[in-house]
Write a protein that binds this ligand. Structure first.
Ligand code: GTP
Ligand code: MG
Length: 445
């Protein structure tokens, strides 16, 4: 039976592309002549390259703020590093440096860099705020600031005039500026000690939420007092703890903060961050899934370049699909390495968590997952979707791209691949949620 054209309604494919991608396809098609096969080949080549394109992207996150606010601690944690790990930023020492220091993410040092900007201009300045000359600062660091895609202004509650001025300049450069109050774990402990009545007649969650709101408002107030011009949206203020476990687990505002950090980035840059920064928070799973879903068409198109017939019992799956599988695992925190870290942090047995994960990934199929894990999971998914062996072999499906005004014939079931990828992402989302619940359950973290 011919794969149903309804498997891949044109509007659906087009709907998944952004304008830039549509324009790219149009352009490819216009240089393809009338030959449909040529057009298709070009599209496949483009999509295969596009799948990898995020690896060439660069994301720079600029960080500035109060001395001792927890900048270095956060810079380490977001890179998955403990304070004394190799490559970690020095923590807990007040070292007033006059240089902007790059802290690349160890997993992708060429793609994702956190830049620690000095809050002062010169070494051994008196510390008198009047010594700070923002023009001089810009002359020295303006170029580096331009390089950054988003700025984080860290405060411990006594935000300095310098940091405010630097933040305002970043905003004037068109950068997204987010405000971070770190060390909330400490604020909370202090409050419990100093004002125990605050917690009476309230659930722990309510008390925490109230205190976060108070600190958020306080941050905005202090910002204004110190000279921040213009409105500060409370949604741009984040109350977090920069300690590694809190960042990984997604405590307090960390999930919102992660979302805000990538909000203004391009689609491929977002991919850099979610594929690189480890994240065990349940609250960001859906956003991560959405980013992958927006690129499903790319993977499906790239996959049509090979013969995608895993449901026919093929011994392997095409590289594009295997690559996507790997990426999803990384992004959802389900790699072997990630699960081991999760186990360590929650005092669970790594073997137990791994078994839990593979049983869930295979959803009822007999585990454990062997060498060709991606194939096993894809097959399990195909079985689950009822994609029959016979229906898939040697089928072709017509894809019409109104954007390019051409009819191209893809040699394979684009629609089926798309379904499989969507199901794969959904399954990983579910697995991640269940795994994190399972790991953090009865865990002191
Ligand atoms: N409890 C707690 N302590 C933190 C947190 N973040 C940082 N600290 C501690 O606060 C101190 C200062 O942290 P750093 O990360 O060095 O702060 P910094 O902003 O880089 O400081 P400078 O580089 O000196 O400006 C260290 O002792 C950290 O361990 C946090 O989220 N919770
Ligand atoms: Mg520091």
């Amino acid at each position: 039976m011919m794969a149903d054209r309804a498997d891949a309604p044109t509007e659906e494919i087009i709907g998944e592309m952004n304008e830039e991608e549509q324009a790219m396809l149009k352009n490819l098609a216009s240089t393809g002549g009338a030959n449909k096969v040529e057009i298709l080949k070009k599209i496949q080549k483009y999509t295969a390259e596009n799948m990898e394109a995020w690896k060439n992207q660069k994301v720079y996150v600029g960080i500035v703020g109060d001395p001792g606010a927890g900048k270095s601690t956060f810079i380490n944690s977001i890179r998955g590093l403990k304070p004394k790990a190799p490559g970690a930023a020095e923590v807990g020492v007040t070292h007033t440096t006059a240089v902007a220091t790059d802290y690349p993410h160890p997993a992708r040092p060429d793609s994702l860099v956190f830049v620690d900007f000095p809050g002062v201009l010169l070494e051994r300045r008196s510390g008198d705020e009047r010594d700070f000359d923002i023009q001089q600062y810009l002359a020295k660091f303006g170029e580096k600031m331009q390089q950054c895609h988003v700025f984080l202004v860290f405060s411990s509650g006594r935000i300095q005039h310098n940091a405010v001025q630097i933040g305002m300049k970043a905003q004037a450069m068109g950068k997204k500026v987010l405000f971070v109050r770190s060390q909330f774990d400490k604020d909370l402990a202090d409050k419990k000690n100093d004002d125990p009545e605050y917690f009476d007649d309230k659930t722990e969650a309510k008390a925490e939420a109230d205190l976060m709101e108070e600190l958020r408002q306080e941050y905005i107030m202090v910002l204004k007092k110190v000279g921040w011009e213009g409105q500060v949206d409370p949604r741009d203020v984040f109350i977090i703890s920069g300690r590694l476990n809190n960042v990984l687990k997604g405590s307090w505002d960390i999930p919102k903060f992660r979302k805000a950090m990538i909000e203004g980035l391009g689609a491929l840059q977002k991919m850099v961050v979610i594929n690189t920064c480890r994240d065990f928070s349940k609250a960001t799973i859906k956003e991560r899934g959405d980013i992958y879903r927006s690129k499903v068409w790319t993977v499906a198109m790239a996959t049509t370049a090979g013969s995608f017939v895993p449901y026919a019992g093929a011994a392997a799956i095409p590289g594009a699909l295997a690559m996507a599988y790997k990426q999803y695992k990384e992004g959802f925190g389900l790699t072997e390495d990630a699960v081991e870290q999760l186990a360590k942090m929650t005092n669970k047995s790594p073997e137990d968590l791994k078994q839990f994960l593979s049983a869930n990934l295979l959803a009822g199929a007999r585990g454990p997952i062997g060498e060709s894990e991606a194939l096993a999971v894809v097959q399990a998914i195909c079985n689950g979707l009822g994609l029959l062996t016979a229906a898939a072999v040697d089928q072709t499906i017509d894809l019409i791209f109104p954007v390019i005004g051409a009819l191209v014939t893809a040699p394979l079931a684009y629609g089926i691949t798309t379904k499989v990828l969507h199901a794969l992402i959904s399954r990983m989302e579910k697995c991640a949620g269940e795994l994190f619940d399972y790991a953090f359950k009865e865990s002191a973290v």
